[in-house]
Unconditional design. Structure first.
Length: 1120
């Protein structure tokens, strides 16, 4: 007996199931109930709910359809093996063997063309799996084709372009029959024949004791036609009860989607006549002759017609069979929009057709909500606030009453962890994430696949460091986090870019220079540990790995050595048995794991064992390439899903997947954008089912549409739909899923708001940031209290970070290093923040360089120019420097590197000729000791050394333009030189943009000016000085352009002051081609606007730079 139970409520179907189990127990207590379900999630929900109804759930089995039907084949039919030799994996490996045999067959010409240049076999592997998948679909949905092919019947005309498929299928069956190992008389059956044999056997047999007493089929929305016929045949011997969630209590098997009708209306047919041996088109007529013809079609509820095709076709199949039909439909009791929509679907009613009778939606009705955000992260943040609001306003709701589904859980998983996982304790919501692929959940699996790809990888510095950073790998090589940071710096500075050694270049048809490889960098590090900085055998030692600090170097060498051994082991094609040994060795060499990691390693081993068994079963004896092995393991590991946390008493985050129509009080859908959902998978070009679709055929797009309908029906109190409505980059509009649009359109056409526009009531567009002021004007709700304080005074100007009337408590300083004074005057704001406040605004970013140098960037050119200039000034061999720089990996390989090096030599040659007259004889460093007496009797000892001291001059130079900071630095040294009683030498500053000579000073004058500089230094310890060296230098240079004494003697007129101000603002704010000094993070934090501190700035700039410009004897060139 086959019984069909309908209801629009899954929980009511569950109650019926519980009553049947309770009132009609099985004869034997150890006999297990059989409840057929589509997914483990449904089984878990049923266990929990049946336990609530029955008090306990025990001795109930929940087989999946495929495993149950095969078990039934075994029970009813003789000779059925334990596992089908026609499973997809076995067929795929058999096809891998068979395909090369047909390359010369004319019908296989398209396949031969596709498989050309496939030395690794990866194309053949992927094609075999696609063909196996198609054949598997034929076995279930087109068994008549399979039987016709096996009997070599004449193929229909539409099969001509894919004539290779029957040929390949017959070869596949012959191959499986020849290689099938029979145990206990088993035969190599496939499902196409077994279905027919099973139905025949069940129809003829009178009693089959091996069958279960009864079978419940629960929560399955669709079954293949042959499967359904088998269940009906099984119902002649056992009681089969199918519990079907049916969203509509009316007969809706014949309703038609309005979009389909619109398409028919636009289609025309041409009448073709044959006259005198020629085809003549006579006229065109519409497929539907008149608008009135639409009345012959029933649309019913447009939402049901649009999204219910899967369920409609399944009902059609059921009604075409002999079944006993029972129903228990329940009208929604709530009086809100969501319940009205569910009722319309239930009664096959179209609210959009009720002209003038639209029901009014209350302003407090939030049963259906549409939410638009700028990004996935914002979607999750808004959801978190919404759930907190629901829990606050409805204390009866708990986290287990909420399910959150999205098309791709892997894409949203990081956002969920970031928002729900890091919420404050009082805002925490317990949550669980299901359905994540194993490779996204466990870094061990990701790193394993990366290690397998070693021979086909460039082995970039970032890639291998990312592998090394996996905790299980760090633990294996005993590298701490601090040591890893050190290693990362060494890799960067030693010039490692990509390639294990010079042989890796051959893989990409590049010259094998060996430069910038891992071996190149390790040689530099090891030589730096063992010897001095001199070039050795073409290698320049890297001298940062010294003493005890070099211990991580040994661990890094061990890691790279293991990688090189692995790389060699993976290069050749080899049998699966050898691959298995290499993988086991890989796991042993690279991983030291905890219990969670042990599960990941076990999963890898299981998948390798599965592969070995599949190849053994299909008699595939060829050697495997690494590409094929890795592709198989990637698919196998990526298909592993983590559903064990589903329904764990928390908010459930999971993927939108078929048969997950479990009722929840709150159903949330995220990421519902056009092009994302419903998901579209283009059929393969050789998929014959796509060409000849029939009722009952599965379609991913139809599945997704029906799942959306199930989500509407299963939401008991609230349905929350979120999508990305605007671009996070440019705020342009983005379109929601067509399903969301259809639901919104149905609401807008069928209902109206009590007040205002219904669309405004249903759809909420959230701002880009969670701290937007819009959150605090009543439009939006948030529980993020951290933004609340900032909202209290939104109209007031923010309090400045620096207030001139407030300063830190003065420090008592008795000694001051000259280097400190110089560092302070180069950047007073930075000095105050870092030295006094201990605030560092320039965060250290992780830098990776994965490409060898092809040209030098600005910083690299400057560093090279500095080395070249030093070599020229010291009159040392420039070729030696070139060899050293090339050996360090800083230059491009070959002629390009030589050209760029020689370009720098040419540029620096002229600069060196200007410097050499002042630097030919190096003098000893001069000691500086000055007692600085300040107001109030405070004295400071200024001490240090003048290191840029030569016999001819006090000299400062650089391989770039001399700027304000450089000139001010030399001015300080100049003051110290004369204040300390030294005299008789030139004081010169030389750069690419000119040379300056400073006039001699009296000792008293120099001491007085130095005292002023130290006094201002002390003031800058309590409050940052509004002095910006580059801006101040441009301002002073403009004032003193014609009169060096213009600042000191205050002779500049108003016009000149205005021009100087413009120069200062240009330097501070920047231009299109020049970055402003004001963007510096320390200056921007202390003094974001120059004009607000203009008087103080000009006073300081005049005091500091006026004496400097008054004592410049010769100025050549300008600018920085």
């Amino acid at each position: 007996m086959f019984k069909l139970y309908h209801s629009n409520r899954l929980d009511f179907l569950k109650e019926i199931l519980a009553l049947l189990i309770q009132q009609e127990p099985l004869d034997h207590p150890f006999q297990a109930e059989q409840i057929l379900v589509q997914s483990p999630g449904m089984a878990q929900w049923l266990k929990i709910e049946l336990a609530k109804s029955l008090g306990i759930t025990a001795n109930i089995e929940f087989p999946l359809p495929a495993s149950f039907i095969w078990q039934t084949f075994k029970q009813v039919l003789p000779g059925v093996p334990e596992q089908s030799p026609y499973n997809k994996s076995a067929m795929a490996w058999s096809l891998m063997t068979l395909l090369p045999q047909f390359y010369e067959h004319p019908d296989f010409a398209p396949l031969k063309h596709y498989l050309a240049d496939d030395e690794a076999g990866i194309k053949r592997f992927q094609l075999s799996h696609k063909v196996a998948d198609i054949f598997d679909q034929y076995l279930v949905y087109r068994p008549q084709w399979i039987q016709a092919w096996e009997h070599d019947q004449v193929a229909p005309a539409w099969l001509e372009q894919q004539a290779w498929q029957p040929i390949l299928w017959r070869a596949l069956t012959a191959h499986i029959n020849d290689n099938f190992v029979s145990e206990n008389g088993e035969k190599p059956y496939h499902r196409a024949g077994l279905y027919a044999d099973l139905i025949q056997r069940l129809g003829q047999a009178e009693h089959l004791s091996q069958l279960p007493k009864r079978l419940f089929v629960f929560g399955i929305s669709a079954l293949a036609p042959e499967y359904l016929k088998a269940l009906v045949a099984l119902g002649k011997h056992v009681e089969v009860s199918l519990f079907l969630t049916n969203p509509c209590q009316q007969f809706w098997d014949d309703i038609v989607d309005a979009r389909y009708l619109a398409k028919l209306q636009n289609q025309v047919r041409s009448r073709v006549l044959l006259q005198q041996g020629q085809l003549i088109t006579s006229e065109e007529k519409p497929v539907l002759p008149a608008i009135a013809s639409l009345e012959n079609f029933q649309v019913g509820n447009p939402l049901l017609a649009s999204t219910g095709k899967l369920g409609r076709d399944f009902l059609y199949q059921l009604h075409s069979l002999e079944v006993q039909d029972y129903h228990h439909f329940v009208e929604p009791l709530q009086d809100h929009l969501l319940a009205w929509i569910q009722t319309d679907i239930l009664d096959l009613h179209d609210a959009t057709a009720d002209d003038g009778c639209q029901r009014e939606v209350s302003q407090e009705d939030d049963s259906l909500q549409f939410v638009g955000c700028h990004s996935g992260m914002r979607e999750v943040e808004v959801l978190h606030d919404k759930l907190l609001q629901l829990f606050d306003s409805h204390p009866e709701l708990t986290p287990k009453d909420v399910i959150v589904m999205m098309p791709d859980i892997n894409a949203y998983s990081p956002y969920i962890q970031a928002v729900f996982g890091s919420a404050k304790q009082e805002l925490k919501i317990p949550f669980a994430i299901s359905d994540r692929s194993a490779t996204h959940e466990n870094p061990i699996l990701t790193s394993f696949l990366s290690l397998l790809a070693l021979p086909i990888s460039r082995c970039r510095s970032s890639e291998l460091l990312e592998i090394l950073a996996v905790p299980a790998i760090l633990a294996k090589f005993e590298i701490s986090q601090q040591e890893f940071e050190q290693v990362r710096l060494w890799v960067l500075e030693s010039g490692i870019r990509w390639g294990l050694d010079e042989r890796d270049a051959d893989k990409f048809q590049l010259p094998a220079t060996g430069q910038n490889t891992w071996l190149f960098g390790l040689k530099r590090m090891l030589l730096g540990y063992a010897m001095d900085d001199n070039l050795f055998a073409g290698v320049l030692p890297y001298n940062q790995c010294q003493g005890l600090a070099a211990e991580p170097l040994g661990k890094l060498c061990d890691f790279i050595d293991k990688l090189m051994s692995l790389n060699l082991a993976l290069l050749q094609q080899q049998p699966i048995s050898q691959w298995k040994q290499h993988i086991l060795q890989l796991l042993q060499d690279f991983y030291q794991v905890d219990d969670e990691g042990l599960a990941a390693l076990s999963l890898i081993k299981d998948k390798v064992n599965d592969l070995e068994q599949q190849m053994l079963q299909s008699q595939f004896n060829e050697d495997l390439s690494l590409e094929v092995l890795r592709d198989y393991l990637y698919q196998a590991l990526n298909n592993e899903r983590s559903s064990q946390r589903f329904l764990a008493g928390q908010v459930n985050f999971c993927t939108l997947m078929p048969m997950r129509s479990i009722p929840f009080k709150v159903v949330c859908l995220l990421g519902m954008n056009d092009g994302v959902y419903p998901r579209t998978i283009q059929p393969l070009g050789f998929d014959l089912m796509a060409e000849k679709m029939e009722k009952g055929d599965r379609s991913r797009r139809d599945d997704d549409r029906y799942l959306f309908l199930e989500a509407i029906s299963s939401a008991q109190q609230y349905l929350y739909i979120s999508y990305i409505s605007k671009s996070v980059k440019d705020n342009t509009e983005r379109v929601p899923s067509v399903l969301v649009s259809e639901l919104m359109d149905y609401c807008l056409e069928g209902f109206k708001a009590e007040q205002g526009d219904l669309r405004d009531l249903l759809l909420t567009e959230y701002p880009l940031q969670p701290f937007s002021p819009a959150y605090f004007d009543g439009r939006f709700h948030t529980y993020a209290k951290e933004w609340w304080l900032a909202s209290q005074q939104p109209e007031q100007t923010p309090r400045p970070f620096i207030e001139q009337d407030k300063s830190l408590e003065s420090q008592t300083i008795s000694e001051l290093e000259l280097s400190q004074l110089v560092r302070f005057w180069r950047h007073p704001c930075q000095y105050f923040m870092t030295q006094r406040l201990k605030v560092f605004l320039q965060l250290e970013e992780v830098s990776y360089y994965d490409d060898e140098p092809f040209s030098l960037d600005g910083l690299a050119r400057y560093q090279l120019a500095e080395q070249v200039l030093t070599q020229l000034i010291n009159q040392q061999d420039i070729n030696t420097l070139e060899q050293a720089v090339a050996a360090s990996g800083q230059l491009p390989v070959g002629q390009f590197g030589q050209i760029q090096f020689r370009t720098q030599v040419t540029e620096m040659q002229h600069l060196a000729e200007q410097i050499l007259p002042f630097s030919s004889q190096v003098a000893d460093d001069l000691e500086i000791k000055q007692t600085i007496s300040l107001a109030g009797g405070h004295q400071i000892q200024l001490q240090g050394w003048l290191k840029n001291h030569y016999q001819q001059a006090l000299l400062s130079f650089k391989p770039g333009n001399i700027g304000g900071k450089d000139m001010l630095q030399h001015w300080l040294l100049h003051l110290c030189y004369y204040a300390n009683g030294y005299a008789g030498k030139d004081s010169v500053v030389i750069g690419k943009n000119g040379a300056w000579q400073l006039a001699p000073l009296s000792q008293d004058y120099a001491h007085a000016k130095l005292t002023e500089m130290v006094s201002l230094f002390l003031q800058g310890q309590d409050l940052p000085l509004p002095f910006f060296a580059s801006t101040a230098f441009d301002w002073a240079r403009k004032l003193c352009h014609k009169d060096p004494l213009a600042i000191v003697q205050q002779t500049a007129d108003e016009v000149l002051h205005e021009k100087a101000q413009q120069e200062a603002l240009k330097r501070f704010n920047g231009t299109f081609v020049l970055q402003g000094e004001g963007v510096d993070p320390y200056i921007a934090r202390c003094y974001p606007e120059l004009m607000s501190r203009w008087p103080e700035f000009t006073e300081l700039a005049g005091q500091v730079l006026g004496p400097l410009f008054a004592n410049i004897n010769e100025l050549k060139g300008e600018g920085e």
